[in-house]
Design a protein around this ligand. Sequence first.
Ligand SMILES: O=C(O)CCC(=O)C(=O)O
Ligand SMILES: [Mn+2]
Length: 208
Amino acid sequence: MQSDLFLSPAQGLKALPLRDARVSYQPDWLSEQEALTLHAQLQQSLPWRQDTIKLYGKSVLIPRLQSWHGAAHCEYTYSGLRMIPHPFTPLLDSLRERLTLELDTQFNCVLANWYRDGQDGMGLHADDEPELGPEPVIASISLGAERKFSFKHLPSGERTDIQLANGSLLVMAGQTQRFYHHGLSKTRKVIDGRINLTFRYIAPHLCK
Ligand SMILES: O=C(O)CCC(=O)C(=O)O
Ligand SMILES: [Mn+2]
């Protein structure tokens, strides 16, 4: 059983009023300066790659750069892309340790996304790959430019938008991935970069 501790207001996380979901948010998990420093360090040090996916038979570059880190068994298939993990770097590991302590939840992999400006984004999707298990806890840290993050409630089509601040933490848990899609829409208004880290747990026994 995953703990409910991460919803504790004492830690600064506040539950968002989304039905059928468990989502909580803290705008200032890191200070603005810490977050900008981390953004610069990660931008320089991670082995970023820009993958291509097939769309209607054509190869297209995905609109962001990515870097996948985790335990050796954490191979991850995402939009048809098979990703082999790089090891955790000391920086990523220190964030993982803090999240584990504060959320009382284990994480063994992290997807880093670098959106170079507002023209980069991520389409609506659910993080519902079988290797994440039925009710994954996903801890998402935002560094750099503030961007609009959207939830779409699948049964009703209702959309809820939230601005993800520099230094913020968003936690999705419970049935969120079953009842919602989420994504980061593109915008001409944002010219600065943003790095997002989504920490996850892949159970060894659920790997193919
Ligand atoms: O950049 C974000 O805030 C979202 C990233 C995301 O949904 C993902 O990596 O699956
Ligand atoms: Mn996602």
